[in-house]
Design a protein around this ligand. Sequence first.
Ligand code: RFL
Ligand code: PHB
Length: 395
Amino acid sequence: MSALPGRTQVGIVGGGPAGLLLAHLLHRRGVASVILERRSRAHVEGRIRAGVLEQGTVDLLAASGLGARMAREGLVHGGIEVAIDGVRRRLDLAALTGRRVTVYGQTEVTKDLVEARLAAGGAIVYEAEDVSVHGFDGERPTVRWRTAAGEAELACDFIAGCDGFHGVCRRSVPADRIRTYERVYPFGWLGILSDTPPVSDELIYASHERGFALASMRSPTRSRYYIQCDLDADLADWPDERVWDELKLRLGPEAAATIRTGPSIEKSVAPLRSFVAEPMRFGRLFLAGDAAHIVPPTGAKGLNLAVADVKVLSEALAEFFATGSEEGIDRYSERALRRVWRAQRFSWWFSAQLHRYDGADGFARRLQLTELDYLTGSEPAARAFAENYVGLPFD
Ligand code: RFL
Ligand code: PHB
C-alpha cells in the first residue's frame, strides 16, 4: 500500500475483466492507472462465469500479449449445435462466417490479466471498501476508499467505472442524467461444473418443452452445464442426480445415452436480465462492461461486450493523453452503445426462442419451433445468426 501513488491518470473501479483489461491496454499505450477492487484476488479469480470468447476478443487479447496460454489451452470451435425437442442440428459457424469462437473460461482470462498486470508493476488494490467517486464533472475527479490500513484518496484525470452491475459508479450519477432500459426474465439458469468429459465436441443449446438447457465445457475433462430453473430455485432441491436427469431429458436421447455424469464441483443459480444505461460517459467518468449493460447469457455476449467497450475506451483515453484530442472520448458512448444494442437484440432474440415461458400457449411454442427450424434450415438465417454469435466486427 505504501507504494501506491496519490494520483494517477485513470482511476479504475473494479478489477473484473473490464477493469483489468482496460489497465493492461492503457499500460501498453503508456497511460498509468490504479485498480480498486472490492473483493479479494482469490474471490475474483474463482468466480465461474463466461466461457465463450468471440474471435475479435481472442485476436485482441493475443495482439496485446495475452494469447500464449489461451492458444495452448483454449478450445477453438467452428460450430454449435441446437437441440430442438431432443433433435440436434449443427450450425457451421466457420463455413458461414469464416470465423470461430474459443472456449476459454473467464477465470482463465482473469488470471492471465492479473498476472500481466502484476508483471508490469501495476497497482491493484484488493479489498478496497466503501469506494466512492467524486468531482467527475470537473477536471480533477477523485476516488476514495477504505482498507484495513485506513482511508485513502486517489486524484485522477479520469475515472473508469468497471465495477459490474451492482457497482457504485453508475449509482453515483444523478438520476436525471442517466436513462436505463431493462427486461427481467421470469426464470434463471442453474449451472454446474463437473470434472467429466463434455458430452459433445461443441456446445449444445437445447430448446425443450421442459425448458432450456446448455451443454458447455471448460476443457476436454471439465464440463459446464446449465438448465433453465425457477427464479427462486433452492439449490437444496437440486441434488446432482436431479440436475443430470433433467439435462438428459432436455438435451435429448442421443446426448442422454453418452453423457458422463459425476459430482458437481460448483453449482449456482443466476438470474437473467437485459439492461442498458445511457449514456456511458458523464464528464470525466466512463462506464464500461457490466456496469453499463447486462445481457442474458444465452448469446455468450457479456464478457465480449466488456472487452469491446474497453478497447474503444483505451484508444480514446490514449489519444487524449498523447494529443489532447477529445474526439475519441466524446464518441466513446455512442460507439460502445451501438455494439451494445446489437448484442442486446441478439441475446434477447436467442433467449426468447430457447426458453420455456410459463403460461405461453401452443401458438407461442409453435412460433419458437418454427424460428428454430428456420434458423437451422435456411442458410441466410443461419448466416445472420452466425455473424452475431462469432461477434460482429469492431467498427
Ligand atoms: P464483473 O466481472 O462483474 O467485474 C466487476 C468487478 O467490480 C467489482 N466491484 C467493485 N469494486 C470496487 N468497488 C465497488 N463498489 C465494486 N462493486 C463491484 C466486483 O467485485 C468485480 O470484480 O464485470 P466486468 O468486468 O464488466 O465483466 C463482465 C463479465 O463478468 C460478464 O459480462 C460475463 O461474465 C457474462 N457472461 C458471459 N459473457 C460472455 O461473453 N460469454 C459467456 O459465455 C458468458 N456466460 C456470463 C455467462 C455471466 C453469467 N453470470 C453468472 C451472470 C454465464 C453466466 C452464468
Ligand atoms: C459457459 O460455458 O459458461 C457458457 C457458454 C455459452 C453461453 C453461456 C455460458 O451462451
